[in-house]
Design a binder for this molecule. Structure first.
Ligand code: PLP
Length: 393
């Protein structure tokens, strides 16, 4: 054990304290307003978040799982999907992605990730397309954008919908297609996208929250109706609905936090770069090239891959010594997590839903991934503590 203070995986109190007193003022304003759902705060945040993502519409929802489910249900009501249609999803995602597909009565088809960026392997994805495929559902895992240009090309060739699961990627962006144009942000890269504002996310509320973003007016209207008991106008229920709305308190909180998202993501990138350059990767048994992790390009802004703005929701270390490393770090006062040690296809609840699958890359990641502490208000000393603790192993 060291005499330095312990480093939690994430210290949300310290993150949210830096938004005070504006967070408490925003909550207080809503409490005093007497209006708690479907009001001015939600309308304003939806407008701000749509503008931030670079889309025309944003619809607040109760959480990220509902946001994804609502997009798929809305496409069903609009006649673009029918029960049993196939949706290609990454096998190494949080289980919510797959639950959303099943809740919408569709069939998830699991695709292996690329070991380079842990996102959907686009070549395999293309091989999985069948006449029953209707949707490609990439997840921007850990804050790293999936290969959206390639995914959208495949979608165009096969006439498929592209739904982004952007729950881990608020603010992640591709460079503009032409100079002088804005960045192309997560949430604007497919036909529709789902976000989660779970408190630990890069843009986190003080409870559950989510959003759908899209440029499709019909889809946005349908999502809003289904999320409000299938009601397009008061007293009229045209569709089987859910109750899933972003509430006024969470919307007010998110409006306080959104203006600092880019700055917070820049600090996340800075910490990721420090980890990449400071840790002795070879000694940890991590796949490396020239002493840097094999995916080093993502850490270095001047490389072609580095031009993609990775937002480091999670900093993954991939090593066969994962469990030993986790115990060692804990003995040094550094707390880590795993994303995700039991992959969805191994979960009891999905047995019988997914057919038999052989997913060796997904299984290797599940047994080897360790996530280091990374949040925007970590100090440089704390980052160095993590690096030192790893380098003495
Ligand atoms: C990739 C991914 N998709 C969907 C979700 C679901 O979001 P929520 O927890 O807000 O329902 C999460 C949340 O952790 C996630 O990480």
């Amino acid at each position: 054990m060291t005499d330095r203070s312990p480093i939690p995986y994430l210290d949300l109190k310290r993150v949210n304290d830096t938004f005070q007193p504006r967070l408490s003022e925003a909550v207080d304003r809503v409490v005093r307003s007497g209006w708690y759902l479907r009001g001015e705060e939600t309308r304003r945040f939806e407008e701000e978040f749509a503008a931030y993502c670079g889309v025309k519409y944003c619809v607040g929802t109760g959480n990220g799982l509902d946001a994804l489910t609502l997009i798929l249900l809305a496409y069903r009501e609009l006649g673009l999907l029918v029960p049993g249609d196939e949706v290609i999803v990454p096998a190494n995602t949080y289980i919510a992605t797959i639950f959303a597909v099943l809740r919408a009565g569709l069939r998830p088809v699991l695709c292996e990730p690329s070991p380079l960026d842990h996102n959907m392997d686009v070549e395999m994805m293309e091989r999985l397309v069948t006449p029953c495929t209707r949707v490609l559902l990439p997840v921007h895992l850990y804050g790293c954008l999936a290969r959206m240009d390639d995914i959208c090309r495949v979608a165009r060739e096969h006439n498929l919908l592209v739904v982004e699961d952007a729950a881990q990627a608020h603010g992640a962006a591709l460079p503009p297609l032409e100079e002088g144009q804005p960045l192309r942000r997560a949430g604007s890269l497919g036909h529709a996208a789902a976000f989660s504002f779970y408190p630990a996310k890069n843009l986190g509320a003080l409870g559950d929250g989510g959003a759908v973003t899209t440029n499709d007016e019909f889809l946005a209207r349908m999502v809003r109706s289904i999320a409000n008991y299938g009601s397009p106008v008061k007293h009229i229920h045209d569709f089987p609905g859910l109750n899933s709305r972003l509430d006024e308190v969470q919307a007010a909180v998110l409006s306080v936090k959104l203006p600092r998202l880019d700055e917070d993501n820049a600090r996340r990138r800075d910490i990721a770069r420090r980890y990449a350059l400071g840790i002795c990767w070879e000694r940890l048994g991590c796949p490396c090239r020239d002493g840097l992790p094999y995916n080093a390009a993502y850490y270095l802004d001047d490389s072609p891959a580095g031009r993609m703005r990775h937002v480091w929701h999670v900093f993954p270390v991939i090593t066969p010594r994962r469990d030993e490393l986790m115990r060692h770090l804990e003995s040094q006062g550094v707390y880590t997590q795993m994303h995700y040690p039991v992959p969805p296809h191994r979960q009891k609840v999905l047995q019988g839903e997914l057919g038999t699958c052989s997913l060796p890359v997904t299984e290797r990641l599940a047994s080897q991934e360790l996530s280091l502490p990374l949040w925007p208000t970590m100090t440089d000393d704390e980052v160095q503590h993590v690096i030192d603790a790893l380098n003495i192993l």
